[in-house]
Design a binder for this molecule. Structure first.
Ligand code: PLP
Length: 460
C-alpha cells in the first residue's frame, strides 16, 4: 500500500477556487471539440491542471496584502524600491530592471550585450532563450553533461555544464566570439534539474579567465538553492539566502521569470553588476516595456513580486514543494509509469516510449497518454514528444525526437497531496488497460507550432 508523505503542507487555505468537475461523457465531448489538444481545453473543464508551473502559483495573504499597497505612480513608485531591495538582498547585483515577464528580460539583456554572430554558451537553453539568441543573429551552443540527457541516470546535478567541453569550444573558436555564457537554474528543458555550486564556480572560473560575462537564467533560483543545500557537501548548514548570495556572486547578472520561484502570476526582471550594461538595457526597456521603475508592470505587481521573491526562499515551503514533486514521482512510478529520475524541481516527467512500448512514435504516445488521463479524471498534462518536437524530412517522413515525455508540472502552493493521489490513481487505472491506448493521428497538421494548433483524433 502506498504511504503518505510525512508532515503536511506548511500553510492553511484561506480562499478557495472551485475547479471543474465533469463526467467522463462530458470529457469525451470536450476532447472531441478540442481536437484532442490539451491546449484547446477551456480550463473550467480541467479538474487538476498540471500543464505548467509558470504563472500558476497561489499567492500568500501577505502578497495579496501587498497588492493593496500598489503605488501606481508613473515614476518612482515605492513598490519598485521594495523590489530593488529584495533583488539586491538575494541576487547581490546592484542594478535592477523590472520587466513584464522572463522573455522580455532576455530580449532586453541580449539586445544590450550581444552582437550579431556571437556565440552564446550554456547548459541547456529554454525555448524563449534560444529563440532570443537567434533573433539577435547569434548562435546558441549547449554543453550539458551527458548524464543530463540520460532519463535513468541518478546524477544529483543533471543540469551541470560540461566545463571541459565548453572550454575547448572557447579555445577553438576564440573568446572574443563568445558574447555570454548562460547557466539556467534549474535546467527546465531536461526536467528542472539542478546545477551544483561547484559546477557554477568552475564555469565562473572559465568565464573570468576568458573575459566572458556569466549570466544566470534564474527562473527557478530557489529550487536550485534548495537542491544544493540537500545534495552538495558543505552546504547542509548554510541558509538558503547564504547559498543564493554565493551562487550569484559567481556571475555578472541574471534574467528572471518571476512566474516560477518568485510566486507571482506575472512579472520578471534583469539584475546586473555593471552600470554600463544597466544603462544600455534602460534604452531598450523604455522602448519595449516602459519607464525603469515599472518595466511593463503595475505597482501592485512589483510589490507582489518583491514579497514573493523572499517567500520563495523559505525552507519549509521548499521542503514541501520539492517533497510534493518527489511524492508524485514515486506514486506515478508505483502506478506503473516509467518516471525520469531523479525528479527535478518543478514537475515529474514520464518516459512514454517505455510506458507505452506498444505504440510507435508516429502515434504520439505522450499525447495519447495525456488524452487518456484527461478522459479518465480531468487531469491536464502536456506531451513533449513527437507532436511538439518531431520534424519532417524532405520526403515528408518523420524525424523523431530522442525523447517522448509526458510532463506533470506542479503549480506552487496550489494542490494538496490528495490531488496528487487522484493523478496517480488515474494513471494506475489508465495503465491497467494500457493496451487499449491506440494512439492518435493528425487530422489537420498546422504548418508551424504543431502541438498548439493542429487537430487530432484517436486511432481505432
Ligand atoms: C528557464 C526559463 N527561462 C525563461 C522562461 C521565460 O519566462 P516567461 O514565461 O516569464 O517569459 C521560462 C518560462 O517557462 C523558463 O522556464
Amino acid at each position: 500500500m502506498l504511504t503518505r508523505r510525512p508532515g503536511g503542507e506548511p500553510f492553511k487555505i484561506k480562499a478557495v477556487e472551485p475547479v471543474g468537475i465533469t463526467t467522463r461523457q462530458q470529457r469525451e465531448e470536450i476532447l472531441r471539440k478540442a481536437g484532442y489538444l490539451q491546449f484547446r481545453i477551456p480550463s473550467e473543464f480541467v479538474y487538476i491542471d498540471l500543464m505548467t508551473d509558470s504563472g500558476t502559483s497561489a499567492m500568500s495573504d501577505n502578497q495579496w496584502a501587498g497588492i493593496m499597497m500598489g503605488d501606481e505612480a508613473y515614476a518612482g513608485c515605492r513598490n519598485f524600491f521594495n523590489l530593488e531591495s529584495a533583488v539586491r538582498d538575494i541576487f547581490t547585483y546592484p542594478y535592477v530592471i523590472p520587466t513584464h515577464q522572463g522573455r522580455a528580460a532576455e530580449n532586453i539583456l541580449m539586445l544590450a550585450m550581444l552582437r550579431p554572430g556571437d556565440y552564446v554558451l550554456g547548459n541547456m537553453f529554454f525555448d524563449t532563450t534560444i529563440a532570443h539568441i537567434e533573433h539577435k543573429g547569434c548562435i546558441g551552443e549547449e554543453f550539458l553533461i551527458p548524464e543530463g540527457y540520460d532519463t535513468e541516470s541518478e546524477h544529483p546535478f543533471k543540469g551541470n555544464v560540461d566545463v571541459e567541453r565548453m572550454e575547448d569550444f572557447i579555445k577553438k573558436n576564440g573568446a572574443s566570439r563568445v558574447g555570454m555564457i548562460i547557466i539556467t537554474i534549474t535546467s527546465n528543458s531536461n526536467g528542472g534539474q539542478p546545477v551544483s555550486m561547484r559546477n557554477i564556480r568552475e564555469v565562473s572560473g572559465v568565464a573570468r579567465q576568458y573575459g566572458i560575462p556569466l549570466i544566470f537564467d534564474a527562473a527557478r533560483y530557489s529550487e536550485n538553492c534548495f537542491f544544493i543545500k540537500k545534495r552538495e557537501r558543505g552546504y547542509e548548514d548554510k541558509t538558503l539566502p547564504e547559498i543564493a548570495a554565493e551562487l550569484f556572486s559567481y556571475g555578472d547578472g541574471a534574467t528572471c521569470s518571476a512566474k516560477k520561484c518568485a510566486l507571482v502570476n506575472i512579472g520578471g526582471f534583469i539584475a546586473v553588476k555593471s552600470k554600463e550594461v544597466y544603462d544600455k538595457c534602460l534604452q531598450y526597456l523604455v522602448l519595449f516595456e516602459g519607464f525603469p521603475t515599472y518595466g511593463g508592470l503595475a505597482g501592485r505587481d512589483l510589490e507582489a513580486m518583491a514579497r514573493g521573491l523572499r517567500q520563495g526562499l523559505d525552507e519549509a515551503y521548499l521542503e514541501d514543494r520539492i517533497g510534493q514533486v518527489a511524492y508524485l514521482a514515486r506514486r506515478l512510478s508505483e502506478a506503473g509509469a516509467s518516471v525520469v529520475t531523479p525528479p527535478g524541481g518543478h514537475g515529474v516527467y514520464v518516459d512514454c516510449k517505455k510506458t507505452l512500448p506498444h505504440l510507435e512514435m508516429d502515434k504520439f504516445p505522450a499525447d495519447a497518454l495525456s488524452v487518456a488521463l484527461y478522459l479518465d479524471s480531468g487531469v491536464r498534462t502536456v506531451g513533449l514528444g513527437t507532436l511538439a518536437f518531431g520534424r519532417k524530412d524532405a520526403g515528408g517522413g518523420w524525424v523523431f525526437p530522442e525523447l517522448e515525455l509526458l510532463r506533470f508540472a506542479i503549480p506552487r502552493r496550489v494542490y494538496t497531496d490528495r490531488h496528487m493521489d487522484v493523478v496517480a490513481d488515474s494513471m494506475s487505472s489508465v495503465l491497467k488497460d494500457r493496451g487499449n491506448i491506440k494512439g492518435l493521428r493528425l487530422v489537420k497538421e498546422a504548418p508551424r507550432l504543431r502541438h498548439f494548433l493542429s487537430t487530432l483524433e484517436p486511432l481505432p
